[in-house]
Design a protein around this ligand. Sequence first.
Ligand code: HEC
Length: 107
Amino acid sequence: MAWWLAACDTAPRAPAYSEARRLVDEHCISCHSKHPTERAFPIAPGGIVFDTATDMVEHAERIRVRVALDRSMPLMNKTGMTDAERQVLASWVTAGTPTATAAASIR
Ligand code: HEC
């Protein structure tokens, strides 16, 4: 079987909240936090924060648009986010932000 058919055989993977969390922590939280570490933004831009699972779920669709469609976040790709990472984060959103609600309750 052609490699691309084999690839299509596997059901699309729904990334876990922990994966999305790791990507947001690495690429977004320096600006989008109640306590940003990026000195240019002492206050989170637009008041948009991703500190908790609930925050991420609330802004999930905008996260997907800015990361995977516009590709306008991270700002000027300051944190060097890769295409593969963008796909994982977008898949977490299109899969319905799995396990985030459970994570929210323990945070
Ligand atoms: C270096 C700082 C910085 C980083 C890192 C960053 N952003 Fe932003 N973000 C901004 C600024 C500045 C704005 C406001 C201007 C704008 O909307 O382009 C913004 C606005 C936003 C908004 C609100 C506007 C809208 O489209 O609804 C979202 C959502 C967003 N960013 C998502 C993300 C995501 C997801 C990441 C990580 C993958 C990220 N940002 C990383 C600086 C940053």
